[in-house]
Design a protein around this ligand. Structure first.
Ligand code: SAH
Length: 249
């Protein structure tokens, strides 16, 4: 795959950004690092002149920005989703460092779309958003003051993708193994989780009124496994078979 085609498989997703200046700053950071697929999920103020000023010579990245209503739309078709986090969360998730993040994104973008999610300036990504991710990435900043400006965080992680690209222009990094099936897309994984939740409810294993952490733990489990499309269709078939014999059906 040509380098340009591969770059098309790398989405930078900004969720619910408050300050348009950060959108422009992110566009500039991306273009400096040769990335150009910017997705905005419900930006609070966009389009905006401040975004254009901050983008400077990266107006072309802003010109083709994709604005969507939901995170699910932004990650549609993606086989790898990585979420950024400025702090520790209650339920630990597979956590990688920025270098590994750059390598994973670059190597996987040679075969399928990937997404890197950035949160709101004031409170980052929600737990629901973070639970859609295979990995979380944390920039190991000063623990006393670990939250970077949004566009600065985009710069650091885009730089790591750039470094991975320079080391392996064809996307083939050591340790990356080809697989016989494509990884499940974000939307099919979401459908699987809804089906799982429905089946667990049907058989009385899950009580939606007393959720505890079951759903979170199931999401973490299946994100950790990196399911492929074939495995998900087998599991969906299994769930349908269980639903057919379930007493509530
Ligand atoms: N108070 C918020 C900080 C959000 S900073 C919180 O506690 O989550 C805005 C965004 O910048 C974050 O959602 C993340 O996308 C990015 N960011 C800032 N600092 C980061 C860090 N140390 N590691 C990874 N991402 C970071």
């Amino acid at each position: 795959m040509s380098e340009h085609k591969q770059r098309d498989n790398i989405r930078i997703v900004l969720v619910n950004t408050s300050h348009p200046g950060n959108i422009g700053g992110a566009a500039r950071a991306m273009k400096n690092m040769d990335l150009d697929q910017l997705y905005l999920v419900q930006p609070r103020e966009y389009p905006a002149p401040r975004a254009v000023w901050r983008a400077a010579g990266a107006r072309d990245v802003l010109d083709k920005v994709v604005v969507v209503d939901s995170l699910d739309q932004a990650i549609e078709g993606c086989g790898l989703v990585i979420g950024t986090s400025a702090r520790e969360r209650r339920i630990p998730w597979p956590l990688i460092d920025p270098r590994t993040c750059g390598e994973r994104i670059w190597s996987e973008s040679s075969s399928h779309p990937t997404a890197l999610l950035f949160g709101r300036e004031d409170r980052g990504l929600t737990n629901d958003e973070l639970q859609k991710c295979h990995y979380h990435v944390h920039i190991p900043a000063n623990p006393e003051y670990s939250s970077l400006n949004l566009a600065t965080a985009v710069q650091v992680l885009a730089y790591e993708i750039r470094m991975a690209q320079l080391l392996a222009p064809d996307g083939k990094l050591p340790g990356y193994t080809d697989w016989d099936q494509p990884p499940v897309s974000a939307e099919n994984l979401e459908r699987f989780h809804l089906h799982l939740q429905e089946t667990m409810t049907d058989i009385g294993f899950y009580d939606p009124d007393n959720p505890k952490q079951l759903i979170t733990r199931m999401r973490r489990l299946f994100n950790r496994v990196r399911l492929d499309e074939m495995e998900v269709s087998i599991l969906r078939g299994l769930l349908s078979a269980v639903q057919r014999i379930s007493p509530r059906k």
